[in-house]
Write a protein that binds this ligand. Structure first.
Ligand SMILES: NC(=O)c1ccc[n+]([C@@H]2O[C@H](COP(=O)([O-])OP(=O)(O)OC[C@H]3O[C@@H](n4cnc5c(N)ncnc54)[C@H](OP(=O)(O)O)[C@@H]3O)[C@@H](O)[C@H]2O)c1
Length: 282
């Protein structure tokens, strides 16, 4: 299949490019420099030239704290961008998949969030991503919106992705013990994004690795144990101890049950995925 991937230098995009190439897709990958997805005219022009059968939108402005001061940039990439791609996909007959976030929820629920729970985003980043969901769906009701959370992987720059390096350096790490999420290996998410196509699926899906969900402290402690590092290096702090500009949910664990309706097994347990990631980066 001819697959267009946006945000091609990003963590999930790189995993998606690698997966799609491995299954024989013809991949057309656009970096931010090649295509700013908020540029509607250019989006439509490139669709006309490339005629993709599938579009995986991995582009986003992902700086959660930076979004507080750069609202326009966040909304351009995270809301107008998906809307433009969804509209172009409708016009040119492409299947459209875009990634959203567990941060659309406010975190006050006990237990796991499902697709039926009402979003209540608390930060500019989260609001812009939720707006992206709504605008993509309004532009093209065949859009597939995949919410994920706590994504880590090769080429990632977020805390979970750089954790192995920090542990190897023997650095003491302050990790949040009172915020819970469902970790997701970018390579597993990439497979799921592609698997959701060709099934006449649309609407909102949750996609994370399986398991009960963890805190950052538990995730880091498991990584330290798997790498044979001193567990004392992992310090348990509260989310409140970090004075960050953007609010984050205390609980953003996602339940992923809709994929099963389309014959897709749950993604593997997060501990197995973490072990593979640590192997790859060791
Ligand atoms: N990482 C997580 O834990 C997490 C959790 C939940 C959901 N998500 C979602 O997962 C998706 C992939 O995230 P990721 O972690 O792979 O992000 P990432 O590594 O930050 O990659 C995002 C890419 O998008 C590009 N980009 C930014 N604005 C753009 C625009 N206007 N047009 C085109 N490209 C643009 C960036 O390029 P520049 O850097 O050059 O600007 C970057 O290469 C995003 O939708 C994100 O919101 C991530």
């Amino acid at each position: 299949m001819k697959v267009m991937i946006t945000g091609a230098n990003g963590m999930v995009a790189r995993a998606a490019i690698s997966h799609c190439e491995s299954i024989g897709d013809e991949v057309i990958a656009f970096t931010h420099a090649d295509l700013d997805i908020s540029d509607r005219e250019k989006v439509f022009r490139l669709f006309e030239e490339c005629r993709p059968e599938i579009v995986l939108n991995c582009a986003a402005y992902t700086d959660v704290d930076g979004s507080e001061a750069n609202e326009q940039t966040a909304y351009a990439a995270n809301a107008a961008g998906p809307e433009n791609l969804a509209a172009a996909s409708k016009e040119f007959g492409s299947e459209f998949v875009t990634i959203s976030t567990d941060y659309v929820f406010d975190g006050t629920k006990e237990g796991f969030y499902t697709q039926d729970d009402e979003p209540d985003p608390q930060s500019v980043y989260a609001k812009s991503k939720y707006d992206g969901e709504l605008r993509a769906t309004a532009a093209n009701d065949s859009s597939i919106i995949v919410r994920s959370g706590w994504i880590y992987g090769k080429h990632g720059t977020n805390f979970l992705s750089v954790l192995p390096d920090l542990l190897k350096q023997g650095r003491e790490l302050r990790t949040i013990g009172d915020a819970y999420g469902t970790p997701t290996f970018a390579s597993d998410l990439a497979v799921r994004l592609r698997e959701l196509t060709g099934k006449n699926a649309s609407g909102i899906f949750h996609a994370t690795n399986s398991g009960p969900g963890v805190s950052y402290f538990e995730f880091a402690s498991d990584a330290a144990a798997l790498l044979g590092r001193d567990p004392q290096l992992i310090k348990n702090i509260s989310q409140n101890d970090l004075l960050r500009p953007a609010a984050r949910p205390y609980n953003s664990r996602l339940k992923c049950d809709r994929s099963e309706l389309f014959g897709l097994a749950p993604l593997r347990d997060w501990r197995n995925a973490l072990a593979e990631f640590l192997d790859i980066v060791s």
